[in-house]
Every structure is written in structure tokens, then in C-alpha cells.
Design a protein around this ligand. Sequence first.
Ligand SMILES: Nc1ncnc2c1ncn2[C@@H]1O[C@H](COP(=O)(O)OP(=O)(O)O)[C@@H](O)[C@H]1O
Ligand code: SF4
Ligand SMILES: [Mg+2]
Length: 386
Amino acid sequence: MPETTPGADAAAPPLIELDHASQVFHVKGKDIPAVSDVSLSVNAGEVLCLVGESGSGKTTAARLAAGLASPTDGAVRYRGMDLAAMTRQQRQEYRRDVQYIHQDPYASLNPIRSIRSTLAIPLRRHGMASGRAEVDATVDELLTRVDLTPPESYSAKFPHQLSGGQRQRVAVARGLTLAPKLLIADESTSMLDVSIRVGLLNMLTRLRLEQNVGFIYITHDLALAKYFGWQGRTAVMYLGKIVEQGPTPQVINNPQHPYTKALLEAVPEPDPDLARTKRSGAGLRSAEVPDLSALPPGCSFEPRCPLAQDRCRTQTPTLAPSPGVAGHDVSCLVVADRTAAQVAAGGSGSSAPAPEASDEGPGASPAGPGASAAGPAAPATAGGSP
Ligand SMILES: Nc1ncnc2c1ncn2[C@@H]1O[C@H](COP(=O)(O)OP(=O)(O)O)[C@@H](O)[C@H]1O
Ligand code: SF4
Ligand SMILES: [Mg+2]
């Protein structure tokens, strides 16, 4: 299964790149490091899933990538151009090419604008369609693509007349209006019924494969990351930092960081047989997430970590390659030691062989609900974080 996709040019700079980017908010005299020293990149046609509990910094990182906020440290680059140093024209191009689909569609849709008008304004403004007939036809096509059919039943409505799931689909349709090169989808499918969600994710996958659109797909639900991002990469965030990242099959089937293991434990398993055989032992010591403004010294996962040692309270782990699989990085002192010991003993450093990505992509007909350990199946859960 190709990890990068058709048209990705190895020599070209990534579509989007966060380079040691941080975002610290200052609230009532306190520093809130919502994103700390995060580096990530997405090429054309690639998908990067950002996963983690609520409050882990996913939306803040996505807003940095979308240029909706500037990093307090580090840089964000679009096709190699630093956002902070772009010309007006480059910025306009970037604004058109990179679309952010808001986590809360109700907040992002203008309540006094009909759905038609919501979609028509960017189409006209950027010259994607002109004249009433062409605009109407394009609006209808966009609504049909997101399964709001027949489109004429929706185009005259206003946001408050739609359900949460329908509003999410309007937000996705608006993200598609300008034929983006990078879509940042922030929990954009979380309110949808399973069949609608699968249809939408399959449509987005077609965009990726056929039009080489890159994706940052944000979810707290690893079952969704598995389904949509199986051919790409997954980065797990905890308290503003990436604690594990790698090819999605590797992160899901061979997780190394105790936090990733705990997130996977929390994915509901609808098959009772699989549920009984599910890995155990990743139980957290505490469900409580430390306050970002008063992070514990050393490893910030220490208060919850089932593997924590004394040194974890003073030493801060950094993302380090797990040599078994290219591009699989983990930020954990214990995992780093284990890896080093395995390498010294002549092993690969990876505790299990790298799983092959299934040939059955997200566009394949869903075999069943839930996220089994073997490969991507249609995500049934609305998700639950631990
Ligand atoms: N504008 C802001 N001002 C202050 N704190 C913020 C702001 N935006 C986000 N935060 C804080 O940053 C942390 C990360 O938030 P967020 O990026 O929304 O996480 P996620 O999307 O993973 O749920 C949270 O603790 C949140 O309260
Ligand atoms: S460094 Fe220590 S506390 Fe942090 S994840 Fe690893 S074992 Fe747990
Ligand atoms: Mg969020």
C-alpha cells in the first residue's frame, strides 16, 4: 500500500510544515503552552491524523497550520514559504489552497446566511463560478457531494434549520468550494451517523487519491484515524506535544507510548470475542489530566503513566526514532531504553514486526463496524476518549 500517493513529488517542499512550532496563550498571568515544539509535515496527497484527548492541542496546532494564528515560537511553512514572510499574493494563494473545516460548524456558519449564499460567496469571490446558473449548479454539486440531497431541499435553508450533522456537511462543502490543496478537517465527522460518515470519509479519500489533496485529519477517535488515515501517518498529542508518530498501521497495531496504548484501549470494540482478547495492562494510574498552566516537571504523562519510574519526574523525554520502522518516533524514557537494549542485542528495536498496511483502503466497502486490530473497517463509534 503506498504511503505517499500519486503525484507526491519527493523533491518538492511539503505542502504544510510546522517546524518546532509552539503556541503559548497568556491567561490571567498564567502561561498556557497549548502547543509545544511540534514539528509535522504533510505532502500533497498525504493524510496526517492528529489524535489525542480533548485539550491535547489538536485544534491549536491545526489553527497554526491554517494560518488562523501565528506561532509564538518556531515556524509554519506552506510549500516552503514561511507564513510570517509571505507576500500578499502568496498569502492569498495560501488562503485559497488551505481550507480549515471548523470543529464547531454552528459557530463557523453565518446564521443569517442561507446555505446557498454560504457556498456561493467564496465561489464568486475567487472566480470559481460566475453567473447565477453556474453558481447554482456548483452549489448543487457541492451539496450532492456531501450527501445533502436533493440539494434544492437544503440550499434555501439557514443553519438553524439543519441538524448538527447536516451543518457539519455544509462546513465540509464550504471547505471544498475553492478546490483546496490541503484540507484541515477538525473533528469534522464526529456528529455524523455511521453511514453518512463513511460516505463522507470515502468521498474525502477519493479527493486525496484522485486530486492529490493533502489532509490533516483531527479526531479524538482512533477508530476514525484508522479508517481514514490507514495509508498515511498518525501523530498522537498529549498536553501540547507529540508523544508518538508514525505510519498509521504501525501506531495502531504496534503502539509504543503508554498513552497511545491507553487511547487504543478506550476504543470501543463491538465484537465481544475481540473485546475479550484485547490487550490489557495499559490502564492509567489516573484519569485526571494535569493543568497545562502547571505541568509536572519531567514527563508530563508521569502522573497517569502505568510505566512511570522515579526518573520520569525529573527527566523530560524527547521524540526519538524507534529503529524498527522508518519514521516511527516515540517520546518515552522507558521505550527509549528498551529500544536501545534491543538494538544492543542485535534486534530491530521494534517490539513487533511492522504490520503491512491492508490493501483494503477506506474506499473499500466497509466490512463491519468498529476498529479491529487488523485493518481498517468502517468506524461505528462516535468516539470516546479515555
Ligand atoms: N484562545 C485560547 N486562550 C487560552 N487557552 C486556550 C485557547 N485556545 C485553546 N486553549 C487551551 O489550549 C489547550 C488546547 O486546546 P485545543 O487546541 O482546543 O485542544 P483540542 O483540540 O485537542 O481539544 C486547552 O487547554 C485549551 O483550553
Ligand atoms: S517517560 Fe516515564 S512517565 Fe513518561 S511515558 Fe515514558 S514511562 Fe511513562
Ligand atoms: Mg479541538
